[in-house]
Design a protein around this ligand. Structure first.
Ligand code: HEM
Ligand SMILES: *[C@@H]1O[C@H](CO)[C@@H](O)[C@H](O)[C@H]1NC(C)=O
Ligand SMILES: *[C@@H]1O[C@H](CO)[C@@H](O)[C@H](O)[C@H]1NC(C)=O
Ligand SMILES: *[C@@H]1O[C@H](CO)[C@@H](O)[C@H](O)[C@H]1NC(C)=O
Length: 501
C-alpha cells in the first residue's frame, strides 16, 4: 500500500515538474523571461499560503525584472504573462483592442445580473457600453451633480448625530456615503436625508461581497468549464431584489413627463428605441428590465468600494501630511466663501489642489491593484516582439507601475506637487492608470471623481482628520483585486471655520 502511494506521489511530482518545464519553455521560446517560483500554479500558491494582497505578488515580480518588457508566470490551463512595458499595455488595451477585448471571466447567460458591461465581452459588451455611455457624459454629470452634492451635505449631520462614526471606522462611513450617493443617482430617492432611507440598508446588504463570490471569481478565471457545467451563478442572492426594484422604478417613470436625467430616464429611452443592434454582425440584444437591472447592480458592485477607498486613502494621507491638509482646507474654505456655500459642479471642478491631492493619492494607493485581459485572437506585442496566442491571460500591473521610479521619482513619497502644472509635463501620462486604460477604461471614472470630490469638500469643510497607524509597516488586506490598507484608521474632529458670510 505504502509502495503504491509512493508511486502515485512520484508520478504526481513528475507531472508537476514536467508541466513546470513546459511552462518555462513556452515563454523562453517566445523570448520572455519566466518567473521561477511555482512554475505551475504561479502566484496562486503564494496568495493562498501568505497573508498578502494579490497585487503585492505582482509587485515583487515586477521589481525583480526591471529591464524586461514582460514576465511569463506559471499557470495550469492557459499561458499567463505579466506585462511591464507601457507600450505593450497600450497595445492590448487600445491599439489591438479587438484581439484583447475579453476580461477573462466566464459567465453564463442565465446569470441575470452577470450580464453587465463589466463582465461581458465582445460585441455584446460593445452594445452595452454604447447604450450606457450617455449616462456618463460631462453634461449628464453636471445635471446629476446636485444629487451627488446633496448626499455629500447630508453626511455631515449624519456623522454628528452618530458620534462613534467620528472616532474611527472611517472607511465604512465614506462607504455609506458612496452607497447613498449611488442609490440616489440610480433610484432617484428623494427622502429628506438619503441616510434615513431603509432602501439604503437593503442595498448595502445585497451588494456585500462574500467568501463564495470570491471563490466563484477564482473558478471563473481558472476553470471556466466548471462554471458552464454546474451553471454557477455569481449573483443569485441579489437578483430578486435588483430586478424587482428596477421594474418598480421603470413602471413609475414610463408615464412621468418630467425629465430627471438619471439612470431611470436613460432606461426608459433605451427601451423605447427597441432592440440594441450591432450593425456589423447583426447581433441583437433586448434591453429588458433584467438587463438594465444588471447594469444598475454593477454600478454598485464596481463603483462604490473603489470610490470609498479613494476618499478614505486621501483622508488618510492628508492626516499624515499637515501642510497638504492645511493647503486643501484653505482652498476649500476660500471657495465656500466666494460662492456663498454653493459648491456647484464647476466650482468643485476648478479646485486645483484638490485635483492634485486626489490624483496623487490614487497614484500611491490605486483602489484597484491590477486588471487582466484574455487574448481572443493571436497577436504580437510590439516591445520585445512577443507572440501571444489566443487564450493567454495578460496581467496589467497598476500598482507596480504607479510605484516605478522610472515614471515617478521617489515613488513612495506622497507629493501632490509633482502634479502641479509644469511639473506634470515631465510625467508619462501612460503611467497613471487608476481607472485602467483604453476601450474598457472605467466608465464611471468621471462620476467617481466628482463624487469623491463632493464628499471630500463637505467633509473637510466641517472636519479635520487625524490618522492613526497601528504598527510600523504598511499592511494591505489580503484581497484578490483591491488595494486596501488594514492597519490604519482616520478620526474626524470638529473644526471651527471662520465664516465670512
Ligand atoms: C475611484 C473609483 C473607481 C476606480 C479606481 C475604478 C477602477 C476601475 C478600473 C481599473 C476598471 C477597468 C477594469 C479593466 O480594465 O479590466 C473599471 C471598470 C469599470 N468601472 Fe470603475 N472604478 C471606479 C469607480 C466606478 C464607478 C463609480 C462606477 C459606476 C458608476 C464604475 C463602473 C465601472 C464599470 C461598469 C466598468 C467596466 C467598464 C467596461 O468594461 O467597459 N467604476 N473601473
Ligand atoms: C448654485 O450654483 C448652480 C450653478 O451655478 C446654480 O445652478 C444653482 O441654482 C445655485 N444654487 C443656489 C442655491 O444658489
Ligand atoms: C487627474 O486625473 C485625471 C484623470 O483621471 C486627469 O483628467 C486630470 O488632469 C488629473 N489632474 C492632475 C492635476 O493631474
Ligand atoms: C459645515 O460647516 C459650515 C461652516 O461652519 C456650515 O456653514 C455648514 O452648514 C456645515 N455643513 C453642514 C452640512 O453642517
Amino acid at each position: 500500500m505504502i509502495f503504491q502511494l509512493l508511486i502515485v506521489a512520484i508520478l504526481v511530482l513528475v507531472v508537476v515538474y514536467l508541466k513546470g518545464v513546459k511552462n518555462e519553455q513556452y515563454w523562453r521560446k517566445r523570448g520572455v523571461v519566466f518567473y521561477q517560483r511555482n512554475k505551475v500554479v504561479g502566484i496562486a500558491w503564494d496568495y493562498i499560503t501568505q497573508d498578502r494582497a494579490f497585487f503585492e505578488h505582482f509587485h515583487d515580480i515586477y521589481k525583480k525584472y526591471p529591464n524586461e518588457p514582460a514576465v511569463g508566470i506559471g499557470s495550469v490551463l492557459k499561458p499567463a504573462i505579466l506585462l511591464r512595458d507601457l507600450t505593450n499595455i497600450q497595445h492590448i488595451t487600445s491599439t489591438e483592442f479587438n484581439a484583447f477585448n475579453h476580461k477573462g471571466f466566464e459567465i453564463i447567460e442565465e446569470d441575470t445580473l452577470a450580464n453587465n458591461i463589466f463582465l461581458v465581452n465582445g460585441r455584446k459588451w460593445k452594445l452595452l457600453r454604447q447604450s450606457m455611455s450617455p449616462l456618463f457624459t460631462s453634461s449628464k454629470l453636471k445635471l446629476m451633480y446636485h444629487t451627488i452634492d446633496k448626499s455629500a451635505r447630508d453626511i455631515v449631520p449624519y456623522m454628528r448625530s452618530n458620534p462613534k462614526l467620528m472616532k474611527g471606522n472611517a472607511l465604512e462611513t465614506v462607504s455609506t456615503f458612496c452607497s447613498a450617493a449611488m442609490t440616489a443617482a440610480v433610484f432617484g430617492i428623494s427622502a429628506n436625508s438619503i441616510f434615513e432611507s431603509p432602501f439604503l440598508k437593503i442595498i448595502q446588504n445585497v451588494v456585500k461581497p462574500t467568501f463564495w463570490l470570491g471563490l466563484k471569481f477564482v473558478l471563473s478565471i481558472n476553470a471556466p468549464v466548471l462554471v458552464r457545467i454546474f451553471k454557477i451563478k455569481f449573483f443569485s442572492q441579489a437578483e430578486k431584489f435588483f430586478v424587482g426594484a428596477i421594474k418598480n422604478l421603470l413602471k413609475s417613470r414610463v408615464n412621468e413627463p418630467i425629465k430627471r436625467h438619471d439612470f431611470a430616464d436613460l432606461c426608459v429611452s433605451i427601451q423605447k428605441n427597441g432592440m440594441l443592434k450591432d450593425e456589423e454582425t447583426g447581433l441583437e440584444v433586448d434591453p429588458t428590465d433584467e438587463l438594465l437591472a444588471a447594469q444598475a447592480f454593477f454600478f454598485f458592485t464596481a463603483g462604490v468600494h473603489p470610490t470609498a477607498t479613494a476618499i478614505y486613502n486621501t483622508l488618510l494621507l492628508l492626516g499624515q501630511h499637515p501642510e497638504a491638509l492645511k493647503r486643501l482646507h484653505d482652498e476649500i474654505d476660500e471657495a465656500f466663501d466666494k460662492n456663498e456655500g454653493n459648491m456647484s459642479f464647476d466650482v468643485v471642478a476648478q479646485l486645483e489642489y484638490l485635483d492634485m491631492v486626489l490624483n496623487e493619492s490614487m497614484r500611491l494607493y490605486p483602489p484597484v491593484g491590477y486588471v487582466l485581459r484574455e487574448c481572443v485572437s493571436d497577436s504580437v506585442l510590439p516591445v520585445g516582439n512577443i507572440k501571444i496566442e489566443k487564450g493567454t491571460t495578460l496581467f496589467i500591473p497598476i500598482f507596480p507601475v504607479h510605484r516605478d521610479e522610472k515614471y515617478y521619482p521617489d515613488p513612495e513619497v506622497f507629493d501632490p506637487e509633482r502634479l502641479y502644472r509644469d511639473n506634470k509635463a515631465k510625467l508619462n501620462e501612460k503611467a497613471f492608470l487608476p481607472f485602467g486604460k483604453g476601450n474598457r477604461i472605467c466608465i464611471g471614472a468621471r462620476y467617481a471623481t466628482a463624487q469623491a470630490k463632493a464628499g471630500l469638500v463637505q467633509l473637510l469643510r466641517n472636519f479635520t482628520v487625524k490618522t492613526k497607524v497601528f504598527g510600523n509597516d504598511i499592511k494591505y488586506k489580503k484581497d484578490q483585486i483591491q488595494v486596501q490598507l488594514t492597519n490604519v484608521d482616520v478620526e474626524f474632529i470638529e473644526r471651527k471655520v471662520k465664516c465670512y458670510l
